[in-house]
Design a protein around this ligand. Structure first.
Ligand code: SF4
Length: 1407
């Protein structure tokens, strides 16, 4: 992928490497390492140079790479235009020579180009890392050196330099950062050497901390600048370069870990590695095995070896893996069975990866070499194609017409150069289509041709479908792999965004092919679920409403005459007629079939192919198609596209066309071959093909979300459907692959309850979710051995918890809706109390599994609200408030409410009044006074109709909202006595609602307690309450009411009182950074219901750097020009700068000029002690936030033992877990790491509760950690009542405690940590976790989290999160805590952590 430095024109004078050279690496090798993630690649690259007699031996570059290289050069040339350049000489340049050139140049700012340097020896750095050997690095050539030069009057010159690299890539990658980081380190070193040699020269050289990558912008001619902090990268890169790389090169090759996998594609050593895999029977014999899974299986082998008394492996890896399934002696358990008992999670993963047939494992013949248990191993050992026998949702078992798409993309320009569309029908003569088009001089606009040709095929299919009247026409589109899927998706989306594409054709293509969220970037949104499913009209609708929905679903020509009953029946009929692509009675599994199927993904899911590492189209043909040992054109594997490109590049249009045609034919043959094999397998097993392929292709309809005319609302409707589909998909995949196995057995009926039962928990305690904010009946209980969970149609029951459960028309008694009530650990083990809806379900003596199901009572409300808003927009003269806010919130928000001037004057008087009250009473707490920036915030609220109150954690957002609500009422009550003034309040979580109402109630009590208040009658009619299911008419509420409720409760209240909004003047949304835009639409609709929306006030509080809404789908980060940010929270959507651009797109600088006119910032931190506050401030770049609590917890109030541990002067503590084990840590299952961390946390909690006042929070990023900690607390009988809370970060946002323990100790399992970098280094999650504490925050960490691999810096967000962790550790007291791993058979006996701590403190002189 990356051209070697040896391939580019190198200036004269590169030192030649002779045969005795130790070899060397280049910056390109370092970058390639971070593309292939392979240590062996580094070793071989170095070795190859060591052996090479001349440069020519390693200069071969593929045509594909040459194209990419040309693309890079062209991009670099493009960038040079218009820049002030200083060209270097045509030879390798020294530091002195460069400095001379720069000082001679009279310009103050310019870019140095065409300069190549010899790498320094870095001897100092290697020594500092105590490396056993040094490594040589070759010449290097940064694309641009940006120079700022300043010479003072005394002729002293200061040169600031920055490294910039040009990459013709779509995004900035870690490999780019590593390359630039290397240039920076090397330049810094040679400049320092020069300075040391020339101490008297008047030149100062300063390396800029920012590394820059210039990549092409998608929507402008200017480059996008990807910037990163060199100082953040530097320590990680130095560890890698000067410690890890010498260690890799210093090993014998056989000891260098590697894996041959799909990332190897493009590596020059592929042939060699492939051969070694086959010869040595390595694990890579299993194709398509991810790096994570490969490493996991190696660890399992290591773990099992240790369990077998540490014997060393002499067998090939595949054989050893096979032995896992067999006991070494008769009547013993097989190693895999021991795993099943001790670490069920690990066992489950082995089972999934090897597709273990449990029956075969149980019925094994002792000592037999049969390998019936695992088709994966059977295929790898016997070199046969094996059917995995599992259900596959992403491939249809049948279609009437299959359309195969092949595309050729030029890697030099990323443009389409040719395509093939081939349609084949099952019944001959129904429909055939076969066309290939290649770009040439006569046909340059190939993109338009592709869209037009594809749209023509779709039109013809629509015509056939229409001619068949009520008959189905099953159509499926196919491509070879996910790359093609992605390319076509991106391509169609890009075409839709271009104004010159034919809108009707592109609309047809998107509607027929795409179900991906990237369609949100266009104005075309295909329907994902049938309208009738999400819109269920109620018989209680008024006649006007029935007519309204008839117009929506029946079209403009619908008959609107007749009585309400007639109209209602017509509406129901219209809805039932709406097209659904799914056959009637289809089950959930059938809805998972993509519109554009990847044949490669289907092969991987259904078949084990004996092809090492990975395979492409040619291997699929070879193994799956009878009698076809190789392709007609004799090209191999994923080289197909290269071959097509080669032909096109050679100008051979005819051959290119032929190859594209062959590609399409091969797709068809593989698809047919795959089905034939599945059919054979099913016949042999005497089973039905539906068991493996439950899906048939969709009945052909191209249906769009057209019930909303407004494009924002259409997008929100698509999102609502996409969220449901994404949730359903994750539940179905979990059920299919059994990723959260919870096994129960029936114990007894709960006394005094008709519906509750007790079950014993055999495994999966970590997955039992008993959180308080749960949705009722979100589980299904399925009898062990039944497939009812896979046949169960979630969508048929998503908004109901019926007593009886039907599947395909048959009532089932092996499945029931379940609600977890309680989990208890007693002497008899773990028991769970479950409420069941299970008419006829026999429980006694049964074993069951619990599985998650789709429960969604809210999406229908969103759909109805969005339709209502759209209808109002079409029929009313004024655009609804919600839409005006989306269009341009700055204009709407700036509207001045009536009485604003009077209120502002009155407010000044009230502040004075309350100040005097408190002065007279001598009170120290002054809750009725707005303090500092709160005062400014309230004035903003008074002067505008929309205000966004922004504040970091602990800045009193909720208090400000509560006091603002009270003061607005007071102002109105004083100004217009007897006039109602009521407020609606909502938030995303119930905890936030409770927090607001309790704070407000305290303020109300306070204001009512002021004696003899002049004009204080308004206080008599003051009331705050939570919205529940039995709300009265709003007009009957007290004059000054504040009603708080979730958006769903408020919406439900509006359903029975359609003009509810007329009774309310203000809407307050707290935690607005967690509330999705569509949910906010409900709240705003309630406020505007039954009234004109003029003079309403909306106040939204939040912090966009805390956790965002929990969305199941993945959505585009960018938006179309001028479009609002719909794919996040309402706060993010409405926070716009003066120019209307979303603030979230501007990085995280925090200042009023960035935040735009509607946002007011809270600056005082009332929660945290000073140290915690100043630490939290670091993530808010540019924010000047002031701590109001100056003192720490005094040392003397700490108990003796804790004083030592917490060092009393420091509110930040890092506990670095150092697990001890005879077994390498990564070879111990993840569960044991969780248990070890939980033990430590359990001890800490117990000690803290005993010795501190106030609450203790344990924040666990993973749910499994929460279970592990709760389990330990239960076992230790720690009972803190309300004082202890253990929960995930998502549920802790908005809450606070005196002491918080943030649990990141699970990262002691390095492999797990490495695979979860996005999760661990999630900026907003870390910010929330580390900012809940009032007095002290304890971070449970590991060495890994403090010294992660360089790849942690791959994204901007991860960089920021890592910087935040580093800052925490730098500012905290750090203790190392050695702890024996729980359950390590070969480790020392487990010591109680209390003793451990006592020992450690004694060692520190603190005991
Ligand atoms: S082919 Fe793969 S395993 Fe072999 S050196 Fe290249 S990247 Fe590493």
């Amino acid at each position: 992928m990356y051209p070697s430095l040896a391939d580019i024109p190198i200036p004269h004078g590169v030192p030649a490497k002779d045969a005795t050279s130790p070899g060397y690496l280049t910056a390109t090798d370092l970058a390639r390492f971070h593309v292939h993630f392979c240590r062996k690649l580094l070793w071989l690259s170095n070795d190859k140079r060591r052996r090479a007699k001349n440069r020519k031996e390693f200069t071969e570059v593929s045509l594909w790479d040459q194209a990419r290289f040309r693309k890079g050069t062209r991009w670099e040339d493009q960038l040079r235009v218009g820049l002030e350049l200083l060209h270097g000489p045509p030879h390798i340049i020294s530091a002195g020579e460069l400095i001379g050139l720069i000082t001679l140049d009279t310009r103050k700012h310019f870019y140095v180009v065409d300069v190549a340097f010899a790498s320094p020896s870095f001897s100092r750095q290697f020594a500092s890392k105590r490396s056993i050997r040094t490594v040589s690095f070759g010449t290097f050539k940064p694309d641009f050196l940006e120079i700022w030069k300043h010479t003072d009057e005394g002729n002293f010159t200061q040169i600031r330099w920055r490294v910039i690299d040009a990459k013709a890539s779509r995004k900035v990658k870690i490999s780019h950062q590593v390359q630039i980081g290397y240039y920076w380190l090397a330049l810094n070193e040679i400049f320092q050497e020069w300075v040391a040699e020339h101490p008297n020269r008047d030149v100062q050289l300063i390396g800029d901390d920012t590394g820059v990558v210039w990549i092409p912008s998608t929507n402008s001619r200017h480059p996008t600048s990807g910037q990163f902090s060199v100082s953040l990268l530097r320590p990680l890169l130095e560890d890698f370069l000067f410690r890890d790389v010498p260690a890799i090169l210093g090993r014998e090759l056989k000891n260098v870990p590697w894996q041959y996998n799909s990332l190897c594609s493009g590596c020059e050593f592929m042939d060699r590695c492939r051969k070694e895999v086959v010869d040595e029977e390595k694990l890579s014999m299993i194709p398509q095995l991810s790096m994570k899974d490969h490493r996991f299986l190696l660890h399992v082998l290591g773990y099992m070896r240790n369990m077998n008394s540490g014997h060393c492996a002499i067998e090939p890896e595949i054989e050893e893996l096979h032995r896992l399934l067999h006991p070494s002696k008769p009547n013993e358990l097989a190693p895999i069975e021991r795993l099943m008992e001790s670490v069920p999670g690990t066992y489950g993963r082995v089972q999934r990866l090897l597709h273990l047939n449990l029956d075969a494992v149980k019925q094994r013949k002792i000592g037999s070499c049969e390998i019936e248990e695992s088709p994966v191993l059977r295929s790898a050992i016997r070199h046969t194609v094996e059917i995995l026998g599992k259900r596959c949702l992403v491939f249809p078992r049948r279609e009437d017409v299959a359309v195969y798409l092949s595309v050729g993309i030029d890697p030099e320009t990323d443009k389409l150069f040719g395509f093939s569309i081939r349609a084949v029908s099952q019944s001959p003569g129904t429909f055939e289509f076969n066309r290939q088009v290649v770009a040439d001089a006569r046909e340059p606009d190939i993109t338009r041709m592709f869209v037009e040709t594809l749209a023509n095929v779709i039109r013809q299919l629509i015509a056939i479908k229409e001619s068949k009247e009520d008959e189905n026409l099953y159509v499926q589109f196919f491509v070879f792999d996910s790359n093609d899927q992605e390319t076509i998706t991106e391509f169609l989306v890009a075409q839709a965004c271009e104004s010159n594409a034919d809108p009707e054709s592109i609309r047809l293509c998107i509607g027929a092919l795409l179900d991906h969220s990237s369609v949100l970037l266009t104005t075309v949104q295909p329907e994902l679920l049938a309208s009738a499913l999400l819109f269920k009209p109620s018989k209680a609708l008024r006649i006007a409403e029935v007519k309204k929905y008839l117009r929506v679903f029946g079209g403009p020509d619908v008959d609107l005459s007749g009585k309400k009953e007639v109209l209602y029946a017509r509406l129901v009929e219209c809805l039932s007629r709406t097209h659904s692509s799914f056959p009637h009675g289809s089950i959930g599994l059938q809805r998972m079939l993509p519109r554009l199927v990847s044949i490669h993904a289907a092969v991987t899911e259904m078949v084990a192919i004996p092809e090492p590492g990975f395979y492409g189209l040619d291997e699929c043909v070879r193994w799956l198609v009878d009698g076809q040992s190789t392709s007609k054109e004799n090209v191999h594997g994923d080289q197909w596209l290269v071959a097509i490109y080669k032909a096109w590049k050679a100008g051979d249009v005819q051959r290119t066309s032929l190859l594209l045609q062959s590609h399409g034919e091969m797709l068809h043959r593989v698809s047919r071959g795959l089905r034939d094999r599945i059919q054979d397998y099913c016949t042999r097993k005497e089973t039905n093909m539906e068991c493996i392929l439950p899906n048939v292709a969709r009945d052909f309809h191209v249906v769009y979300i057209d019930m909303c005319k407004d494009k924002h609302l259409r997008r929100l409707l698509f999102m609502a459907q996409y969220e449901m589909i994404s949730t359903l998909k994750s539940h179905l995949l979990s059920r299919l692959h059994n990723t959260e196995p919870i096994l129960l057995s029936y114990r007894s009926k709960q006394p005094d309850s008709s519906y509750e039962y007790i079950f014993n928990v055999h495994s999966g305690l970590a997955y039992l979710d008993t959180d308080p904010d749960w949705v009722a009946y979100k589980w299904i209980l399925v009898r062990e051995g039944s497939d009812a969970d896979l046949m169960f149609d979630d969508l048929a029951y998503f908004d109901t918890n019926g007593e009886r459960l039907w599947i395909n028309g048959e009532e089932r008694r092996d499945i029931a809706f379940a609600n977890i009530m309680d989990v208890e650990v007693g002497e008899q083990g773990v028991q769970v109390r479950i409420k069941l809806r299970a008419a006829g379900c026999t429980l006694k003596g049964g074993t069951f599994r619990l599985k998650r199901r789709l429960v969604d009572f809210n999406t229908k409300k969103i759909v109805k609200t969005l339709i209502d808003i759209d209808q109002t927009a079409q029929t009313s003269t004024q655009r609804p408030l919600f839409l005006r806010m989306l269009d341009d919130v700055n204009i709407v928000g700036a509207e001045r409410p009536s009485n604003a001037e009077d209120d502002l004057r009155a407010e000044a008087r009230l502040q004075t009044f309350y100040r005097e009250v408190y002065t007279l009473s001598g009170a120290t707490e002054k809750p009725l006074l707005f303090m500092g920036s709160q005062n400014k915030a309230f004035k903003t609220i008074l002067g505008r109709s929309i205000t966004l109150v922004w504040g970091p954690p602990g800045h009193g957002k909720t208090h400000t909202l509560a006091l603002a609500a009270l003061r607005l009422i007071e102002l109105s009550g004083r100004r217009s006595p007897g006039t109602p003034f009521r407020i609606l309040m909502t938030s995303y979580t119930k905890a936030a609602l409770a927090n607001f109402t309790s704070k407000l109630q305290r303020l109300i009590d306070e204001v009512k307690s002021i004696p003899n208040m002049e004009h204080g009658d308004w206080r008599q009619q003051l009331n705050v309450g939570l919205c529940d299911d039995r709300m009265p008419s709003p007009a009957t509420l007290p004059l000054h009411s504040i009603v708080a409720g979730t958006v769903w409760k408020l919406w439900k209240w509006m359903e029975s009182n359609p003009t509810i909004g007329a009774a309310f003047d203000v809407l307050i949304i707290d935690e607005g950074s967690q509330m999705p835009v569509a949910d906010a639409a409900l709240a705003i609709s309630v406020l505007c219901s039954g009234t004109s929306n003029v003079s309403k006030r909306v106040i939204i509080a939040g912090d966009h750097l805390q956790l965002a809404p929990v969305l199941k789908g993945t959505y585009p980060k960018e938006t179309g020009p001028g479009d609002p940010q719909l794919y996040g929270s309402i706060l993010e959507c409405l926070m716009r700068g003066d120019d209307g651009e979303a603030v979230v797109l501007r990085g995280r600088r925090v200042s009023p000029d960035v935040f735009g006119p509607l946002t007011t910032m809270l600056r005082e931190n009332f929660r945290m002690v000073k140290e915690l506050c100043t630490f939290t401030n670091t993530i808010y770049r540019g924010g000047q936030f002031e701590p109001q609590r100056s003192s720490l917890v005094p040392a003397r109030s700490l108990p003796h033992t804790l004083r030592g541990l917490f060092q009393s002067t420091n509110a930040l503590l890092t506990v670095i877990l150092r697990p001890r084990s005879h077994t390498p840590l990564d070879m111990l299952p993840f569960e044991l790491h969780l248990q070890t961390e939980a033990k430590v946390v359990g001890w800490l909690v117990e000690a803290l509760l005993e010795n501190f006042e106030g609450r203790v929070f344990v924040i666990t990023p993973h749910r499994a950690q929460r279970s592990a900690v709760n389990e330990v607390l239960r076992k230790r009988q720690v009972n803190g009542g309300d004082r202890i809370r253990v929960d995930t970060v998502e549920r802790m946002q908005g809450d606070e405690a005196e002491i918080v323990i943030a649990c990141y100790g699970f990262t002691t399992h390095f492999a797990q940590f490495e695979s979860e970098l996005d999760f661990v280094f999630h900026r907003n999650r870390l910010n929330v976790a580390l900012s809940r504490a009032r007095n002290m925050c304890i971070l449970i960490a590991s060495q890994a989290i403090l010294h992660p691999p360089v790849s942690v810096l791959a994204t901007h967000e991860r960089c920021e999160a890592f910087a935040h962790v580093k800052t925490f550790v730098e500012r905290s007291a750090v203790v190392q805590w050695g702890v024996d791993m729980v359950g390590d058979d070969h480790g020392a006996p487990l010591r109680d952590v209390t003793e451990e701590l006592a020992d450690r403190m004694e060692n520190m002189g603190l005991g």
